[in-house]
Write a new protein. Structure first.
Length: 651
């Protein structure tokens, strides 16, 4: 958030510097290091960029140019050009003052380097900003308040002191923080008669007079020799200065609107929010505005996703209606005219909702700025620290920026709704398709169940056959249920969230032992300890995992080879008590490339109808129930899988 003190400073960029940046941005691929170099030489641009995004801890260690470059790239070409285009209302700037600030900054940085000051870029910024002033700042004889400004830039209080305590006597400066002495020395080297102050600078910086003289000569050459701006007489410099008010120039205002629209187009909501947060301080919005739009029910809702407990979230809970006759917010949105809410004497007035919003925004009141109309009606709430109304130029500038962001947010919401509608339609078509398949599959399943029933009736004395037919019927019922449930969205099931693993394995051996292993001359052995605890996973989920592993083993093993499945009652894995199910075979082992990426879906080398997704399904099911899978394999020796399933927690 832009500090209140910032608005009082005159922050007009150096005209040639702003023109140079616009020229650099016109390239197909902007040279961002060069743009950052120009911004780093301009007091106004560098300060505005650091206020837009404060420095992180240690960020300045990489250099001021790198820090500014990151911010410039995040702002983007279009938004940056729109910002520079909108700065003309401040006036023409002072190129001579900019050159003097750059000279002082370079002197401060080189003095810091020569004297061993640990943060030379901090000294550079101190020299660059030393001449910042605000209109009327000396009316009461006091210096501008820099501490809040530096804090909001992410810079230390020592730099604020260096800016505020200009003009101290040498003995007082040398008795303070070393940065203050360096900036005082840089001031002396910037004076027209700097040669007369060499001895004083030598004492302040602790450097020999010869070193100071050489340093100042080199810095003067650097500052005068850098071709940062276009040469004199270039089209950019000979173009007449724009009028003072941007809104009075239809060409510049149209260009700015177009650039702002392009700056937010085709971005997702998170990126729009981040870019808007960067842009608001640059465009003079001292505190973040709240953007409201009218939803399908006629309610004014925040356009940006509201964080829990935020002002936006509280406004959403108000359920403020567009037809509300008392609210100035609703009135401004309906009429498309700017309004303001400034409560008299602190009383709520006609609209308690407006009064609450003003309190939540933390200011005296707020201005309502309509941004669009019709079905996309939106309004911006701009906190007002005083009763002063927004002048027309500020209203135009704010509406241009916030309107572009609001339109982009509306487009994102519209696209999201369209995608949701298409997905709902596809889901409905899919469910209908699966229902047809389930209906057609019910006929052969019914025939199979009828045939099994006839076999049971024909051989009532065959107990093993009765048991096997019962298991087959249960599997057919499971297939029928799976087909029917495939047409529905996933829902919570009433199936118990636990199972007994040994009993489940015995049932699976009875059902799958012969077709998967016995018929292929493969051996299948089960080994389980006594009193195995209950596993915290539904039987159907674990059954799908085990069946995938059984099928894989039966397809990989050669006649005469075997698979041993063992169940161990309790193993501690990452501090949790688990049950271990171990599959060990003496087969050929897994290919090395498959072992490196075992659990991902990939084309199967088995051919036929194999899709290579079995182990990926195993991974997903186990992860859902906090279970894990380990695999070891060696060519010609065999493969082992270890499944660790958490134990059911008993009270």
């Amino acid at each position: 958030m832009l500090p209140a003190t910032f608005s009082a400073f005159e922050l007009q960029p150096v005209p040639d510097g702003a023109s140079t940046i616009l020229r650099l941005l016109a390239a197909a691929a902007p040279n961002w290091p060069e743009v950052a170099l120009v911004a780093a030489r301009d007091p106004a641009l560098s300060l505005a960029l650091l206020i837009a995004r404060p420095l992180a801890a240690g960020e300045l260690d990489g250099g001021i140019n790198s820090a500014l470059r990151r911010r410039l790239e995040d702002i983007g070409t279009d938004l940056l050009r729109a910002w520079l285009l909108g700065l003309g209302h401040l006036g023409n700037g002072n190129a001579e003052a900019g050159t003097k600030a750059l000279l002082r900054a370079e002197c401060a940085m080189h003095l810091a380097i020569e004297s061993g000051y640990p943060r030379p870029d901090e000294a550079y910024l101190g020299g660059l900003w030393r001449g910042l002033s605000r209109p009327g700042s000396c009316r009461d004889g006091r210096r501008p308040p820099y501490h809040g400004l530096m804090r909001d830039c992410g810079l230390p209080a020592s730099l604020a002191d260096g800016l505020e305590l200009a003009g101290l006597a040498d003995e007082r400066a040398t008795g303070a923080h070393p940065l203050l002495a360096l900036l005082t020395a840089a001031d002396l080297l910037t004076a027209d008669d700097w040669e007369a102050h060499i001895a004083r600078v030598s004492g302040l910086a602790g450097l020999p007079a010869e070193a100071v003289l050489s340093l100042r000569t080199d810095v003067g050459y650097i500052v005068s020799g850098h071709a940062v701006y276009p040469p004199a007489g270039s089209p950019l410099q000979t173009t007449p200065h724009p009028p003072a008010r941007l809104s009075d120039d239809p060409y510049r205002s149209a260009g700015m609107l177009g650039l702002l629209t392009a700056a937010f187009v085709d971005l997702d909501t998170a990126t729009i929010k981040a870019r808007l947060q960067l842009a608001c301080p640059l465009f003079g919005l001292h505190t973040p505005p709240v953007l409201l739009g009218v939803d399908g029910d006629g309610l004014l809702r925040p356009l940006l996703e509201a964080d829990c407990g935020s002002t936006e979230a509280l406004i959403a809970e108000l359920s403020l209606r567009l037809e509300d006759e008392a609210s100035c917010i609703a009135l401004s949105t309906r009429s498309e005219l700017p309004t303001s809410f400034i409560p008299a004497g602190g009383a709520p007035g006609r609209s308690v909702a407006d009064w609450q919003i003003a309190r939540w925004l933390g200011q005296h009141g707020f201005h309502c700025l309509p941004l669009s109309s019709g079905h996309d009606a939106a309004v911006a709430l701009i906190p007002a620290p005083s009763e002063n109304a927004l002048d027309s130029e500020l209203r135009w500038r704010y509406a241009a920026l916030l309107g572009a962001a609001a339109r982009a947010l509306r487009n994102v919401a519209r696209q999201r709704n369209e995608i949701a509608a298409r997905e709902a339609m596809l889901q409905q078509r899919f469910r209908e398709h699966v229902r047809k398949i389930a209906h057609e599959a019910a006929n052969p399943l019914t025939v199979l169940k009828s045939r099994l029933g006839m076999l049971v009736q024909q051989r009532p004395e065959d107990a093993p056959l009765q048991d096997e037919m019962s298991l087959l019927n249960a599997e057919l019922d499971r297939i029928d249920n799976l087909l029917r449930s495939a047409a529905e969205l996933p829902t919570d099931t009433a199936e118990p969230r636990y199972c007994r693993v040994p009993e489940l394995l015995l049932d699976m051996r009875t059902l799958y032992g012969e077709p998967l292993f016995g018929s292929r001359d493969l051996q299948l052995e089960l080994r389980a300890a006594r009193d195995v605890p209950t596993a915290a996973i539904p039987a159907s989920a674990l059954k799908q995992v085990l069946l995938n592993l059984l099928r894989n083993a039966s397809e990989a093993l050669q006649p005469g080879q075997r698979l041993v499945i063992s169940v161990f009652p309790q193993v501690n894995v990452d501090g949790r008590n688990c049950l271990e199910i171990r599959f060990v075979d003496n087969g050929p082992g897994l290919p090395t490339d498959r072992l490196d990426d075992l659990l991902s879906a990939r084309p199967s080398a088995k051919g036929g109808n194999h899709q290579g997704v079995g182990l990926a399904v195993v991974r997903d099911i186990l992860a859902q129930w906090s279970a894990t899978l380990l695999c070891r394999s060696q060519a010609g020796t065999g493969t082992s899988f270890q499944i660790f399933v958490p134990l059911e927690q008993t009270a």
